[in-house]
Design a protein around this ligand. Structure first.
Ligand SMILES: Nc1ncnc2c1ncn2[C@@H]1O[C@H](COP(=O)(O)OP(=O)(O)OP(=O)(O)O)[C@@H](O)[C@H]1O
Ligand SMILES: [Mg+2]
Length: 478
């Protein structure tokens, strides 16, 4: 139960249009821009530890004109499908590249503006959390930068624009850990369901912006490369931008499996008994997808299974020295592909089960906060957990022909953000679900208490479903 001061403060400080600018009119008169908290430091003690608690100490928020944001919030995001992303890049010309640049130029500030408005609607005690306000600053800087970019007319304009995009992608690698810590620290200041809704929305939006931005960077890279000739059609086995036209489910599972087994060896020691990963079912299943998204989801599911099997096997050693294998079944239907991952790691513990999909609630909050504090940058790709850096080559080696180009592109971001494999952050499952649902798929887990877990990842095969933007409400969420 919250202290009543916090409950009251949460109610009082929740104007639906909370905005630093509206509240600091006097600063426009004097021409000075006092820090937000100098004027509005809340007279409350959110967690009963004294007002000087460092989680709420910040002085970075600046005065901003609200009109620009209002203008951009009034615009709607234009949804895009995986198929559109592919068609766009399939016969790439200068004209198409420039038009892609202008799509990105207007789409990014629109989508960021909606998220800034979401943050402004959070209770004051939440948005003034140290981590949350840092994310707010990052978003506002990005919004302000993108909204000022003039129409792209030439390839030179585009090159300059691409370096802005790349810089912003790098700067925003801190967003996931910051948000995750912010949400954990704000646990109790808003309902857990509202916090999770906010987190899901902001992460989905983040994926959408990164897809759009990275796709454009990749198209530009393609356009500028020696092997490319404008208008040429790309073959079936290749990437178009970020989209891998022919993800072979089996290859992805096997290569992620090897990477996860290597991680387990580095975390549990070279002599640890590592479970085998077996793949059966429709081994020829293929579909277009963004490879890094698929690797993240499959990798995290396998990582959970491998960890559970090893730990369960250690607790209950059998006469058989080998731990039970993890069985992966692939099922291809007309509309979708399902990847089922079954383990015998003892199932999910009772105290964890109700919070499996929650960012803000669950056991071991303090430990998770401490672990998150050790991961300043996070791209949310499996590559950042890699032991030897071979994952990308491995997957591309099976299906694509531009391994080096792809490595280079992803490496530039993921090499900046590695994290120790044995740190448990408690965010992989909810984040994997955000990724899965983003392209109209789904992720479910069934736990058989005392026995094991079955995870079902459904992937929409056609790639022509829009990112989840069909309704106005969903539109607001990107
Ligand atoms: N296959 C599984 N078998 C048993 N328990 C599982 C399994 N998958 C998940 N869990 C439980 O669910 C919890 C949440 O999983 P999740 O992957 O979201 O976070 P995590 O593994 O704790 O940390 P990280 O974000 O680093 O992956 C795990 O800590 C574990 O207790
Ligand atoms: Mg995990």
């Amino acid at each position: 139960m919250l202290p009543s001061a916090v409950q009251n403060a949460t109610k009082i400080l929740r104007p639906s249009t909370w905005s630093p600018a509206r509240l600091s009119v006097s600063s426009t008169v004097t021409g000075r821009t006092p820090p937000l908290c100098a004027i509005y430091r809340p007279r409350i003690d959110p967690i009963g530890e004294g007002i000087a608690d460092r989680r709420w100490l910040h002085s970075t928020a600046k005065w901003r004109p609200v009109q620009a944001l209002d203008e951009w919030v009034a615009k709607e995001a234009r949804p895009i499908s995986l198929r559109q992303l592919m068609v766009f890049g399939r016969s790439l010309t200068e004209e198409r590249l420039i038009s892609s640049a202008n799509y990105v130029r207007t789409e990014l500030p629109t989508r960021i503006a909606h998220r800034i408005r979401d943050m402004q609607r959070l209770p004051y005690v939440v948005v003034t959390n140290r981590h949350m306000s840092e994310v707010y600053e990052l978003y506002y800087t990005a919004f302000d930068t993108f909204r000022r970019v003039k129409e792209i007319k030439t390839l030179e304009d585009n090159d300059k624009f691409c370096s802005i995009i790349a810089g912003m992608l790098r700067a925003h690698l801190t967003v996931i850990p910051k948000l995750a810590m912010g949400i954990l620290e704000c646990n109790g200041l808003m309902s857990a369901a509202d916090l999770d809704r906010f987190m899901n929305t902001i992460l989905r939006s983040r994926i959408s912006r990164r897809v759009i931005a990275e796709q454009h960077l990749a198209l530009t890279e393609t356009f500028n490369s020696d092997w490319f000739s404008p208008g040429a059609k790309l073959s079936e086995s290749e990437f178009i931008g970020e989209v891998f036209l022919k993800c072979v489910a089996r290859d992805v599972v096997e290569s992620c499996g090897r990477a996860v087994q290597d991680l387990a060896r580095s975390a549990y020691g070279p002599d640890a008994a590592i479970p085998e990963i077996r793949v059966d079912g429709h081994l020829g299943a293929t579909f277009p997808y963004i490879l890094t998204h698929l690797q993240y989801i499959v990798g995290e599911l396998l990582r959970n299974s491998v960890q559970a099997v090893i730990e369960n096997h250690r607790k209950n050693p059998t006469t058989d020295k080998k731990p039970p294998p993890i069985e992966v079944t692939l099922c291809e239907a007309q509309q979708h592909v399902i990847i089922r991952i079954s383990d015998r790691g003892g199932g999910i513990s009772r105290d964890t089960l109700p919070y499996l999909w929650s960012f803000g609630k669950g056991p071991s909050t303090d430990q998770r906060l401490e672990n998150l504090g050790q991961v300043p940058l996070m791209a949310a790709t499996l590559q950042e957990l890699r032991v030897d850096g071979n994952l990308q080559n491995d997957v591309v080696g099976h299906g694509g022909s531009h391994g080096s180009r792809y490595d280079e592109h992803n490496g530039s971001l993921t090499s900046l953000s590695t994290r120790p494999p044995n740190l448990r952050l408690g965010i992989s499952l909810p984040l994997s679900r955000v990724y899965a649902e983003y392209w109209a798929g789904s992720l479910e887990l069934h736990s058989l208490e005392g026995y094991g877990v079955d995870a079902f990842l459904q992937i929409s095969k056609l790639g022509n479903k829009n990112e989840q933007l069909a309704t106005r409400a969903a539109m607001d969420a990107v």
